[in-house]
Each structure stands twice: as structure tokens, then as C-alpha cells.
Design a binder for this molecule. Structure first.
Ligand SMILES: NC(=O)C1=CN([C@@H]2O[C@H](COP(=O)(O)OP(=O)(O)OC[C@H]3O[C@@H](n4cnc5c(N)ncnc54)[C@H](OP(=O)(O)O)[C@@H]3O)[C@@H](O)[C@H]2O)C=CC1
Ligand SMILES: CC(=O)[C@@H](O)[C@H](O)COP(=O)(O)O
Ligand SMILES: [Mn+2]
Length: 386
């Protein structure tokens, strides 16, 4: 029986993780964490009976404590509470499925406590990969990707000598605006951008897919996970999202992982690796029905957020934090209807140009860079410069 803690249990990855736990006898939940959705969290607590839960928002934690006073589950709150869930004594693996840089500290503390990590929260690795990857080695824990592309790359590298990998081919759906010109993206609404062609996901990552900033983040995530140079990672548009990514080797051989677009497979693979578990109710790839798989070059002029992602990754240091923090701020404002779609990559570019690079930032410097970037983009917006 594997015991797991799920941070972000009420979200898209979190609820799919709970579906897997529900269908398998060999997983037990020991801790759960969420931001504020105590209604769903209470249902999860009553079903899975964890020892510990965290609700980040303090007033909601007070309410939840009251609502589950008939149970033994302990309710904690805030960043301390998230860290308690990440380090819960019985948990062997922590599923990091929170959205955003809030995941950095709990992930680091989980690793320090000897927990294996099933990583969905890509923002953590993008901003603090230089701290997390050496720590994973030092603590001899595993960090397995949940992100579909990175799970595919992991599978395509499995059993191979990585020195023979010539490049990683990271596939991208292209999002709902694939093929559009820059001028056609001016009046995009949140409703338009939330219609991903293939994947049902949380709002933030769905907007990131529409701007292709998700792919910029994923290029940096892959560089950390597979210890490979940014320029050995090539993004290719594959609108069907059936090939989840590929590795090309020096002899010209290309290994790919394919599957229907369903996150249950990479989540389950990360939880049970190296075992492959039955996915009984899962849909299968039917090549005859599919008929064709197609590929295109990404349009980095229209989707200039992706170009900025490569730039941030090449520069390194604190620049990926600026890229990520400006994006987190801008996506939240776009969803509130406060800024326009193209303001998202514009703000990232402005924040990157303004930033004074820190080469090898400490954790505090990363968190300060996040705050400074928020201040900068907020000020840029307030000054009417957008
Ligand atoms: N969805 C997907 O298919 C994929 C997602 N990812 C990555 O996985 C991560 C999660 O994405 P997704 O599941 O879509 O996101 P969702 O928005 O659906 O879920 C986010 C989760 O994080 C929780 N959360 C937010 N803020 C806090 C906080 N301060 N403290 C504790 N918990 C918090 C939310 O709780 P609450 O509900 O209470 O607000 C919710 O449980 C992201 O990094 C994303 O990029 C990667 C690949 C695919
Ligand atoms: C499911 C998953 O891993 C997402 O990151 C997905 O890849 C988003 O699709 P895009 O390829 O459109 O960014
Ligand atoms: Mn992905």
C-alpha cells in the first residue's frame, strides 16, 4: 500500500488523482491540501479519511474544522500547513498539484523530509529547478513528472543512455488560436481562451496553453528534469495531442509515447512507476479512426510568449522566475477581465527587460524576485502603459 499526500486535491490534477486512488486498492491518502474549496475538500475527507488536511485560506480552515468536528482529521492552514502536509510522517509520495509558485516551499520541504515527488506543479521547477534538482539527488528521493509531455519524455528515455539523445521534441497542441495572426488575437475574451481543443484542465494552465506560454514553461521544466540544454528542446505543433512528446537519438531513431489526451495515465504512471497498472475504463488510441497525425512549426511571432520562454530559459538565474511571476499575475488579471489577451506576453517581455539578473538565486531571492515582478507589472499596468 503506497501512502500519498496530495497538494491541490480539489483541482483538475488533484481530482483525477483522487479518481485513481478510488479505483486502486494499493493507494492510501494521508494528507490533502487546497486553497479555499472546503466543500469539495470535505467530501474528499469523508471519502478518503486523511490524517491531515490544509486549507490555505485561514477563515475557510476555521469553517472546515467546525464542519468536520465529528472526524479525527486535523485541519491546518497557511504555508506552515502546506508544509505539514508535504512532510506528513506516513506519506511516501507527495503529489504536487497546486497551481503556481506557491508550490516551491512545500516541495522543497517534502524533499528534505525524504518524500518522493510526483510533480505536476511545473512553476516550481521553472523557478527553483537549480535548488530542487540537486536536493532530489542529495536526499536520494525520486521526482517523477506528471506533466504529460514530460511523462512521455521520461518514458522515451527509459532504459536508454541519455548521452545519445540528440534532441527532445516537445509537442504542443497549439491551443484554441492555432493558425491565427497576431491581429486576430487582440479581442480574445477569457471565454474564448478557456476552450482548449483537447484537454480539460484548470483555468490558469488553459490560458497558458492559449498563449503557448505553457510550452515556454515546459521547455524550462524539461531542461531541469532531463538535464538537457534549452536549445536541444524543440517545440513542434501536433494538433491532435496523441503523441505526447519524443526523443530523437544521435542515430536518427525517434522514440515517442502516445496515448489519448487523458491526464490519468501520466498521474498513474508517476504514482506506480515502474509498475504499469491496468486502466480499465480508459479510452484507447484507435489509429484507424484517427487516420492522421499532423505537425507544424510553432509561430513564435504570433505566440511571442513562447519565444520569451526560450529567452528566459537561455538566460537562466532569476529570469525564469520573472517570466513565470509576470505570467501568473497577468493571467489572473486577464481572467478577471482587467487586461487583454496580448497584454499577457507583453507584460512578461517588459518585466524581463526591466529585471536585473541574479545568476544563481537563493530561495529568498526567488521569492523576492516574484514580489518585485508583481510590483513591476502592477505598476506598469496602473501607469496605463499597456
Ligand atoms: N490540469 C492539467 O491537466 C495539468 C496541470 N498541470 C499543472 O498542474 C498544476 C495544477 O493544475 P490544475 O490542476 O489544472 O489547476 P487547478 O486550478 O484545477 O487546481 C489548482 C489546485 O491548487 C489549489 N491551490 C491554489 N492555491 C492554493 C494555495 N495557496 N494553497 C493550497 N492550494 C492551493 C486549488 O485549491 P482550491 O480549489 O481550493 O482553489 C486546487 O486544488 C499546475 O501547475 C499546472 O500547470 C500540468 C499538466 C496538466
Ligand atoms: C495535459 C498537459 O500536459 C498540458 O500541459 C497540455 O500539454 C496543454 O496543452 P498545450 O500543448 O496546448 O499546451
Ligand atoms: Mn503539459
Amino acid at each position: 500500500m503506497k501512502k500519498i499526500s496530495v497538494l491541490g486535491s480539489t483541482g483538475s490534477i488533484g481530482t483525477q488523482t483522487m479518481d485513481i486512488v478510488r479505483n486502486k486498492n494499493d493507494l492510501k491518502i494521508t494528507a490533502l491540501a487546497a486553497g479555499s474549496n472546503i466543500e469539495l475538500l470535505e467530501q474528499q475527507i469523508r471519502e478518503f479519511r486523511p490524517n491531515l488536511v490544509c486549507v490555505f485560506q485561514e477563515d475557510k480552515a476555521v469553517l472546515l474544522r467546525e464542519n468536520i468536528r465529528d472526524l479525527d482529521t486535523l485541519v491546518v492552514t497557511g504555508m506552515e500547513g502546506l508544509i505539514e502536509c508535504a512532510t506528513e510522517s506516513e506519506a511516501e509520495t507527495v503529489v504536487t498539484a497546486m497551481v503556481g509558485m506557491i508550490g516551491i516551499l512545500p516541495t522543497i520541504e517534502g524533499i528534505k523530509a525524504g518524500k518522493n515527488i510526483a510533480l505536476a506543479n511545473k512553476e516550481t521547477l521553472v523557478t527553483a529547478g537549480h535548488i530542487i534538482m540537486p536536493l532530489v539527488k542529495e536526499k536520494k528521493v525520486s521526482l517523477l513528472p506528471v506533466d504529460s509531455e514530460h511523462s512521455a519524455i521520461f518514458q522515451a528515455l527509459n532504459g536508454e543512455d541519455k548521452r545519445y539523445a540528440r534532441q527532445i521534441i516537445l509537442t504542443a497542441s497549439g491551443g484554441p488560436f492555432r493558425g491565427r495572426e497576431l491581429s486576430e488575437l487582440k479581442n480574445i475574451t477569457p471565454g474564448d481562451a478557456l476552450k482548449h481543443p483537447n484537454w480539460a484542465m484548470g483555468q490558469k494552465i488553459t490560458i497558458d496553453s492559449a498563449t503557448m506560454i505553457n510550452k515556454g514553461l515546459e521547455v524550462m521544466e524539461a531542461a531541469w528534469l532531463f538535464d538537457i540544454n534549452i536549445d536541444q528542446i524543440k517545440v513542434v505543433i501536433h494538433p491532435q495531442s496523441i503523441i505526447h512528446s519524443m526523443v530523437e537519438y544521435v542515430d536518427g531513431s525517434v522514440l515517442a509515447q502516445l496515448g489519448v489526451p487523458d491526464m490519468k495515465l501520466p498521474i498513474q504512471y508517476a504514482l506506480f512507476y515502474p509498475r504499469r497498472m491496468e486502466m480499465p475504463e480508459g479510452e484507447r488510441v484507435d489509429f484507424v479512426k484517427l487516420k492522421q497525425l499532423t505537425f507544424e512549426e510553432p509561430d513564435m511571432n504570433t505566440f511571442f510568449g513562447l519565444k520569451l520562454g526560450y529567452e528566459a530559459g537561455r538566460i537562466g538565474g532569476s529570469m525564469p522566475t520573472v517570466y513565470n511571476a509576470a505570467n501568473e499575475w497577468a493571467v489572473a488579471r486577464f481572467l478577471e477581465g482587467k487586461i487583454r489577451f496580448l497584454d499577457i506576453p507583453t507584460l512578461i517581455g517588459e518585466a524581463m527587460s526591466h529585471h536585473k539578473l541574479i545568476q544563481n538565486p537563493t530561495l529568498n531571492e526567488i521569492l523576492n524576485t516574484e514580489i518585485e515582478t508583481y510590483d513591476f507589472v502592477r505598476g506598469f499596468d496602473r501607469a496605463g502603459l499597456l
